[in-house]
Design a protein around this ligand. Structure first.
Ligand SMILES: [Mg+2]
Length: 371
């Protein structure tokens, strides 16, 4: 099987509500959809949602990288040769993980379709039957976050990811307000997105948070400050997760060597797709570090790719792939798999996503075809 054609679509995915985190507010999500066609006529889909704060790629730069470098490189290659595909991409371009992730996903999708198996079957088979869906609360005033959490508990949600990272004591009030409103039995995870900056601010917050029963605290300090995480971990009993600070195997090696985290949040956009994500999960498992699969808020395609990794690995204990329930319009049908409070995967071949090309055309800003 050989890759014959790669089409690129720069799309704008409309959010139901703006998404607010410590370093940015997103009114909608800019994404690049890859449609890979083989000589035998099979089609695989991939997606790139770069975040310049983390991967160093913008939607425009990732699009240009795909159009001018990665897509031409793939023409004539066998999409089933994942190891070789990644070697080719890595030899040609240093980093650019979100651009590479789109090619990686399309290769897995088309391979699954060729072999008539779901992608998770290519990764070791299905291990998890289902995962709880976590509702993400954007940063707002404490009362507003508590109100939204209360509404979502009524809808059946049993776990929340709270976005914080504005000011330490204000954030403590936000977390306390949600905890008091939802009660003790609901899971609360707190994501600071680097917003507390250093270990001193974080330890000040943790003095209050230790009583509020949170599942874990995610990326409180600057992404490259692994030593700050080591210090916080040694002085607190709250489990710590690294997100922005884990992007590739080098980061993971340092985190393991320094015992800098209890958990890591692996995202396909940070590491370059399904294949590198599996490698990171294996490294984490060797060190007894639990994993989560997260996302940059991706359409059905990117989210499904994350789910296939998550469902196939024992060491992956949670998922945060909420794109399909955050968009008012999506190009695929993964939303049907969110049966609140759980997500379940279908057994269709490849990524298992049906694409609505009418919606794709409607959301496309510009496109290119490489063959
Ligand atoms: Mg995070």
């Amino acid at each position: 099987m050989k890759i014959k054609k790669i089409e690129l679509f720069a799309v704008n995915l409309p959010l139901i509500q703006p998404f607010i985190i410590s370093y940015a507010t997103y009114p909608n999500i800019q994404s690049i959809i890859v449609k890979m066609t083989t000589e035998c006529g099979l089609v695989g889909w991939g997606e790139s949602v770069p975040d310049e704060h983390i991967t160093g790629e913008t939607p425009h730069s990732a699009y240009a990288m795909l159009k001018n470098t990665l897509a031409p490189l793939m023409i004539g290659q066998n999409p089933m040769e994942f190891e070789k595909i990644h070697e080719l991409m890595d030899q040609s371009v240093h980093r650019a993980p979100a651009a590479k992730a789109a090619i990686d996903m399309a290769c897995f999708d088309v391979t699954g379709k060729k072999l008539n198996v779901p992608v998770y079957q290519l990764l070791g088979g299905r291990y998890h039957e289902k995962f709880p869906v976590t509702h993400v609360l954007s940063i707002e005033e404490p009362e507003k976050m508590a109100n939204e959490a209360e509404e979502k508990v009524k809808e059946g949600y049993t776990s929340f990811k709270m976005k914080v990272g504005r000011d330490v004591m204000g954030d403590v009030k936000r977390i306390r307000a949600v905890r008091e409103r939802v009660g003790e039995d609901i899971a609360i995870r707190v994501d600071v997105n680097q917003g507390w900056g250093n270990s001193a601010n974080t330890l000040q917050a943790l003095r209050h948070l230790e009583k509020l029963g949170i599942d874990w605290l995610e990326q409180p300090v600057a992404q490259d400050d692994i030593d700050a995480m080591v210090e916080i971990k040694s002085k607190s009993t709250v489990p710590l997760m690294i997100d922005e600070g884990i992007r590739d195997m080098n980061n993971m090696r340092e985190i393991i060597a320094k015992r800098a985290a209890d958990k890591v949040n692996i995202k396909l956009m940070k590491c370059g797709g399904i294949y590198p994500a599996v490698k990171l999960a294996t490294m984490a498992e060797m060190a007894g570090i639990e994993c989560q699969i997260g996302s940059m808020v991706e359409s059905s395609i990117g989210s499904a790719a994350g789910f296939h990794v998550a469902f196939s690995k024992k060491i992956i204990k949670s998922v945060e792939l909420t794109g399909p329930v955050k968009f008012s319009k999506d190009i695929g049908d993964l939303k049907d798999s969110y049966i609140i409070p759980h997500i379940q995967l279908n057994e269709r071949p490849g990524l298992g996503v049906s694409i609505d090309e009418t919606v794709l055309t409607e959301l496309t800003q510009y496109s290119d075809s490489i063959e």
